[in-house]
Design a protein around this ligand. Structure first.
Ligand code: ZN
Length: 262
């Protein structure tokens, strides 16, 4: 088993902000790659917003991706809607998606959630304690009961997401707020995990426990089944092709063989 993992990164702040460039000299995607270092279960690559006209996310590349990891912040609006649609389709077909930190406002996350995905925030370098409240969950494998991150941006509730399938982690911040910081969803055949830490002005992605969560989540989100292409069309099943063929008993709106309204 090899989990083909693609780290998608906006990669703008490293080029425009000296602090971020100094914290992540290899880019945040470079730091995130360390999560999988030396583990032969993963084949890891990255794609960047400005790679090409498709943000490095051609159909072929997505078709060859098992789990996509997404980090974006300042340039959500620069991601083309057609690419967002393409990524969503792959999730529905079974590709795993891990959305990190400020990706809560990414087009792809908001599309898959269908809610504002808003939250409170504060940039004060305060301590974050990520409490693992579902220690038997595969994403929590090998983790302590709490991950302490010395400096982080605060994200606070209410986080306007749909009720999660599972809440794996809750964060507490030095200033008092709490936040559902590790939540799972199923969208079509695809598994989705949102994980909170990772503000670009701090060093969360150099923290081995944070990286362990991301690797665990990648393994959890991997779907070994063949893509479920049949999730997209809505085929008409005529009465004479029904599993138990039947006579038409009432009036019909559609002509025989019509595709129907889309
Ligand atoms: Zn942030």
């Amino acid at each position: 088993m090899t989990i083909r993992t693609l780290i998608w990164h906006e990669h703008r702040h490293e080029k425009t902000n000296k602090l971020v460039a100094s914290l992540y000299p290899e880019g945040m995607h470079g730091a995130l790659k360390n999560a999988y270092k030396g583990d032969k279960d993963f084949a890891v690559d990255h794609a960047l917003l400005d790679d090409d006209a498709e943000h490095g996310l051609s159909q072929k590349r997505l078709d060859e991706t098992d789990v996509l990891v997404w980090w974006g912040h300042a340039a959500h609006g620069d991601v083309k809607d057609e690419i967002v649609e393409r990524v969503a389709k792959r999730v529905w077909e079974g590709m795993g998606l891990i959305v990190l930190h400020s990706g809560h406002y990414s087009k792809i996350f908001k599309k898959l959630m269908g809610t504002p995905c808003s939250l409170k925030w504060r940039e004060a370098g305060e301590k974050e304690r990520v409490w693992i409240i579902n220690p038997n969950h595969p994403i929590a494998a090998g983790l302590p009961e709490m991950i302490e991150i010395e400096n982080e941006e605060m994200y606070g509730e209410p986080f306007s997401i749909p009720e999660p399938l599972e809440t794996v982690m809750i964060s507490h911040f030095e200033g008092g707020e709490v936040f559902r910081s590790g939540v799972t969803y199923q969208r079509g055949a695809g598994k989705v995990f949102y994980f909170r830490p990772g503000h670009e002005a701090y060093t969360a992605y150099h923290n081995p426990l944070v990286l362990k969560v991301i690797k665990n989540a990648t393994r959890w989100a991997y779907n070994p089944a063949k893509p479920w292409f049949g999730i997209h069309p809505s085929p008409n099943v005529p009465h004479d092709k029904a599993p138990i063929p039947l006579e038409v008993k009432g009036p019909t709106l559609h002509e025989k063989g019509e595709e129907g309204f889309r």
